[in-house]
Design a protein around this ligand. Structure first.
Ligand SMILES: NC(=O)C1=CN([C@@H]2O[C@H](COP(=O)(O)OP(=O)(O)OC[C@H]3O[C@@H](n4cnc5c(N)ncnc54)[C@H](OP(=O)(O)O)[C@@H]3O)[C@@H](O)[C@H]2O)[C@@H](O)CC1
Ligand SMILES: [K+]
Length: 567
């Protein structure tokens, strides 16, 4: 797990570093600009040579000289200040650099103004009005340093128009378009929510622009992993197959952030309420309860729990069988499918390693649950609304650790409060976007509104509110899965950038996730730990399998993932 920060937290950390006297704002800006240039040279090693390819052909490179050429777009704040540093450092490296400034140079904040003046001594600065598609296309690289964490309101048309150019440029499938590098965050995107605060650019058919490379400082921002910021339109990325990259460059304030590992973090100084933390489940498994996943040698099947996965009726049992397979592979000692009589034959002919019991109605379920060894229940995949309305209350009144997925959520669309009243702290709801909207229509509507101010209402905000209202853990699925507990603890399970897993968008993958989480509950994980670990393993499985993945593959690749984790 890695701590990711809101814009306010980052500002507070930066301010504390400056006020303590250990660094000046100007030095931070220099480090930020240096970080961007280093990241560019790491991503495109050819750019380090300063000389571009022969000027003719191809036509899209600078014609008059053989040096590489960068366009640097600077905004009116410190993000723009970073841009002036990048311009100077690229020029020092032998590049031809053209700089454009939005706004009045006289109004720049002090450090940005200093870097503006440094650049003015060596190069020209033009107004945004002079930018054209031709200029952008004539460069080897465009640097977006218009807005960073200080974006507060919708973009003025002048910038919206430039970003439309940039969108076309970044999202074009044509290889001749030069790549775009965003400084800190893509301009126009709110750093806390990952959402654009702009009507004009949203309405652009091209969608919002995705930079090939985003370079951020100190720690990633929450918005880097949410919403539009994670949509992948770009093909002009560092590597087209890998998609857009996010690089975090240290600027010397990292000791104030501290990686999450259960330690008290220095960020607490600014926001004493620990619930404000947001953890990122990324490539590193540090902070996840993985040791708990291994099985001790003396254990037997009952020491690893017994999960009950309830199935739907005839022809509808596939989803629950996928979940059950997931629960078994993740290490539940035993997994039993609770099957209505009309589906018994169907299930009996297709399960290996699983057990089966007849569960028709509420009475049969209550009877089944008198077996105290059944310590975790999964209900919802392929279940049917009628069966859900009858059986979910019985499951919940028995207070087992429970995953409610799919139909177990949608069945309560007309009366979500009825469901919330019966939920308890050992429950996990795993809605996708549609199911979330059925249970929490007001939160979903808020999330759907076009934001007009920053920080904008985010998926993190919505999931936290939902968890508080439901009184249990909510795992809000999507390419940007957010997991929140009622006390505000929150994490984002990233499937982006170097952890991109597009093949996970396949039928039944959510059922397997519900099964992984149920299996972990059976093994004794707390609700939050089970949700985080299950979601993290789910993405690791998709990455380990790669292209061609279907849901059935997810449980089967889990042993390989476990081996690689050293379990
Ligand atoms: N934190 C760190 O450790 C470090 C941070 N660094 C860098 O600083 C960046 C943050 O700088 P920042 O706070 O100056 O904000 P930034 O994004 O440049 O914009 C603010 C300006 O834009 C204006 N403005 C806002 N919205 C607007 C709109 N829609 N349309 C028009 N104008 C709008 C706003 O005007 P105002 O709201 O004040 O009227 C203000 O003038 C950060 O992202 C990183 O790159 C590094 O240098 C060093 C380490
Ligand atoms: K930017």
């Amino acid at each position: 797990m890695t701590e990711i920060l809101t814009a306010a937290q980052m500002r507070a950390i930066e301010l504390a570093a400056i006020e303590s006297g250990e660094v000046t704002g100007l030095e931070l800006m220099e480090r930020a600009g240096r970080g961007v240039v280093d990241a560019i040279f790491d991503a495109w090693p050819d750019f380090k040579t300063a000389r571009g390819p022969a000027p003719e052909p191809p036509k899209y490179f600078w014609q008059d000289e053989d040096a590489y050429k960068a366009i640097v777009l600077c905004g009116p704040g410190n993000n723009g200040g970073d841009g002036f540093v990048v311009a100077r450092l690229l020029r020092d490296a032998g590049w031809v650099v053209e700089v454009f400034l939005y706004g009045d140079a006289g109004q720049l904040p002090p450090d940005a103004k200093t870097n503006y003046q440094r650049w003015s001594e060596i190069g020209a600065i033009r107004a945004f009005a002079d930018i054209s598609e031709e200029i952008l296309n004539g460069a080897s690289l465009t640097i977006d340093a218009i807005f960073g964490t200080g974006l507060t309101r919708p973009l003025p048309d002048e910038i919206g128009n430039v970003l439309q150019f940039v969108s076309v440029q970044a999202n074009s499938r044509s290889k001749v378009r030069p790549p775009i590098v965003a400084v800190d965050v893509p301009s126009g995107i709110d750093a806390d929510s990952g959402r654009p605060i702009s009507h004009s650019v949203i309405e652009n058919d091209e969608g919002y622009y995705t930079p090939a490379l985003t370079v951020t400082f100190g720690a990633a921002k929450v918005g880097h992993f949410l919403d539009t910021c994670t949509s992948d339109y770009s093909c002009n990325s560092v590597s087209d197959r890998r998609g857009p990259s996010l690089v975090v460059k240290p600027i010397g304030v990292e000791h104030r952030i501290e990686v999450a590992a259960g330690n008290s973090r220095i960020v607490d100084l600014f926001e004493p309420d620990k619930a404000r933390h947001i953890d990122l489940l990324g490539r590193s498994s540090v902070g996840l309860n993985l040791l708990f996943l291994s099985k001790d040698r003396g254990g037997h099947k009952f020491s690893h729990g017994h999960a009950l996965v309830l199935t739907g009726g005839f022809g509808k049992t596939g989803a629950a069988r996928l979940a059950a397979r997931g629960a078994l592979r993740v290490g539940a000692g035993l997994v039993t499918l609770g099957v209505p009589p009309n589906a018994q034959m169907e299930v009996a002919s297709q399960i290996a390693g699983l057990m089966m019991t007849r569960v028709q109605g509420g009475e049969a379920l209550a009877e089944t649950l008198t077996d105290a060894r059944l310590n975790a229940v999964c209900v919802g995949p392929g279940f049917g609304h009628e069966r859900a309305r009858a059986l979910v209350p019985v499951v919940l009144s028995n207070k087992r650790a429970t995953v409610l997925d799919a139909d177990a959520l949608s069945a309560f669309a007309n009366a979500p409060e009825e469901l919330f009243e019966t939920l308890h702290e050992n429950c996990i709801l795993t809605p996708h976007k549609g199911e979330f909207a059925r249970l929490f229509p007001d939160l979903a509507n808020r999330l759907a509104e076009v934001p007009t101010r920053g920080p904008a209402y985010s998926k993190v905000d919505a999931t936290r509110e939902a968890a508080a209202r439901a009184g249990c853990v909510v795992l809000f699925k999507g390419p940007d899965t957010v997991i929140a507990a009622p006390d505000g603890k929150c994490s984002i399970n990233s499937a982006h950038y170097e952890r991109s897993a597009p093949w996970l968008a396949t039928a039944g993958s959510g059922d397997v996730l519900a099964g992984f989480i149920t299996g972990l509950l059976a093994r004794g994980f707390s609700a939050m730990d089970a949700a985080e670990t299950g979601a993290w393993l789910h993405v690791e499985c998709a990455i380990a399998f790669g292209p061609g993945l279907i849901a059935e593959d997810l449980p089967e690749i889990l042993p390989k993932v476990f081996c690689e984790l050293g379990l």
